[in-house]
Design a protein around this ligand. Structure first.
Ligand SMILES: Nc1ncnc2c1ncn2[C@@H]1O[C@H](COP(=O)(O)OP(=O)(O)OP(=O)(O)O)[C@@H](O)[C@H]1O
Ligand SMILES: [Mg+2]
Length: 486
């Protein structure tokens, strides 16, 4: 059982079943004992009545036997036995029957024989017990009572009744239980499921709320603390405290990156200006010039890195607002296409730019959008060997626009695809033959942020050795992403 709710229901049902079984068994045993006790009392009363009637009749008549046939009780005396509704037998002292009442006579022969055998040839003291009669008569409870005041002939009376004759017998109880127990079980499953569901509902609500805190940007959210003050309230408080700590560390981290990048910018600019000035200084020996050139190149790369870091840090903090303006995306695409062509030529690639023949007006931040396209285009050029081709396509989709940058380059392994938008992630050069192409692995992270800040998406399709295709979809409704807050 996968859910706590299922387990709770299961154990609830098990516990209830066990309780019902124990209770039912105890009730059954107690019921059986007391009903046998009641039956015994009844039989004893009847036997006592028969004995006293025989004794009194003897005192009045001086014999209870038929004068003509001393093997039978006189009809006048026997008439009074008709009131006994259980089986009644009167024996002489040798264990032969002197009288059988109607219910006994209705039994079959084997059953009567068995009853007669209960007394035996020499009846002594009183006894009580259960006998199983043959031929399906079922177990009989019987009471034997010696009679010694009704002449030398009369020996004992036996009164017997089937155990099944008890008013509300244990058998009835078992029957009712067999009917009731499945009902109880069924309702316990339903009730258990319902109760467990109720108990788990606040937990599920909490889970939903926690699930909504998906990334660093939603850490400002807090889950609602139940007013009940119970375990769940504590859990909610604990979670909220955890969110606070996480939020704090996240924002410290962002602040640090933003501050560090920002602080780096000024000295970098000063450095670059210095190197640029030195470069144009007359009379510099060629080897120094070369060193300065390399330094300037490195400085430019460093500057780009710092810019990227600063932008991402600001975006994380929600401090990178978009300057949205409705404009024809074609101009932008053609512009970037020209850059792509230039870059492609240097690397021996052919470039193709396709735009619709009507204006494609979309609210975008032109500068960011250019950055997005340039990132994709430079990647395409960077990761495509000479002889390949790069394509930039703009399509009007009605609800939105689709920008595709595709190349016939080295492609991306499918295991790498989930990581390419991660910050500082670059494919393993040994595996993907990226060689020593320059870059730090921030380009696609920024690209993704720009697309999402415009309310759009970015997707990639790629096959190693065949090329890649990055598709950016921008809705016409404009930005609704994380970049436009703040
Ligand atoms: N068009 C492409 N073809 C093949 N692999 C690519 C392509 N674009 C991106 N990749 C892979 O994804 C990685 C991440 O790309 P990303 O643009 O973020 O970083 P980068 O180009 O290495 O560095 P930079 O920060 O300068 O852009 C690349 O290192 C490369 O392995
Ligand atoms: Mg790149």
């Amino acid at each position: 059982m996968r859910t706590i709710r299922g387990r709770l229901t299961f154990w609830y049902t098990v516990a209830l079943t066990a309780t019902v079984l124990v209770f039912g068994t105890a009730l059954y045993l107690e019921r059986r004992q007391s009903s046998v006790r009641e039956l015994d009392q009844r039989l004893a009363l009847e036997a006592d009545f028969a004995r006293r009637w025989l004794n009194e009749s003897y005192q009045v008549l001086s014999t209870v036997l038929r004068p003509t046939d001393p093997q039978e009780i006189q009809p006048g005396v026997a008439a009074n036995f008709e009131g006994v509704r259980d089986l009644l037998l009167v024996f002489d002292r040798a264990g032969r029957t002197l009288y059988l009442n109607d219910p006994v006579r209705q039994l079959n022969f084997a059953a009567i024989e068995r009853l007669v055998a209960l007394v035996g040839p020499a009846p002594v003291g009183s006894s009580i017990g259960t006998a199983v009669l043959p031929a399906g008569e079922g177990p009989m409870r019987h009471v034997t009572l010696p009679v010694d005041g009704a002449g030398t002939e009369v020996g004992a009376v036996v009164v017997a009744a089937p155990l099944s004759a008890v008013a509300f017998g244990p058998a009835d109880l078992v029957q009712s239980m067999v009917l009731i127990v499945p009902l109880i079980l069924l309702s316990s499953v339903v009730l258990g499921w319902f109760l467990a569901g109720r108990a788990m509902r606040p937990v599920e609500r909490l889970m939903d709320e926690v699930q909504e805190v998906t990334d660093g940007r939603s850490l400002h959210r807090r889950v609602a603390v139940p007013t009940s003050g119970d375990e769940l309230a504590r859990l909610a408080v604990t979670l909220n405290a955890m969110f606070s700590r996480l939020e704090q560390s996240f924002s410290q981290l962002r602040r640090f990156t933003a501050d560090a990048s920002h602080e780096l910018k000024t000295p970098l600019t000063v450095l670059r200006t210095g190197v640029e000035r030195s470069l144009v200084h007359p009379g510099i020996p060629p080897e120094v010039l070369e060193a300065l050139d390399t330094t300037l190149e490195q400085l430019n790369q460093l500057n780009e890195l710092v810019d990227s870091l600063l932008m991402l840090a600001r975006a994380d903090e929600g401090r990178a607002p978009l300057a949205l303006e409705v404009q024809d995306l074609r101009a932008l695409v053609v512009d970037v296409g020209e850059t792509a062509e230039m870059l492609g030529e240097q690397h021996g690639l052919s470039t193709r730019v396709v735009v619709p023949d009507h204006a494609v007006a979309v609210p975008v931040d032109a500068h960011r959008m250019q950055q997005l396209l340039l990132n994709l285009v430079t990647n395409a050029v960077k990761y495509t060997p000479a002889g390949g081709s790069v394509g930039v396509v703009l399509e009007d989709e009605g609800e939105g626009v689709r920008l595709t940058v595709r190349d016939t380059g080295i492609g991306i392994a499918s295991v790498d695809l989930p990581h390419i938008f991660d910050r500082f992630w670059r494919a393993d050069p040994a595996r993907s033959r990226t060689g020593n192409r320059p870059g730090v692995g921030l380009g696609l992270a920024i690209t993704k942020w720009i697309a999402e800040a415009h309310g759009g998406t970015i997707a990639v399709q790629s096959r190693p050795g065949r090329g890649s295709s990055f598709v950016v979809y921008l809705p016409r409704t404009g930005a609704s992403g994380p970049g436009d807050e703040g």
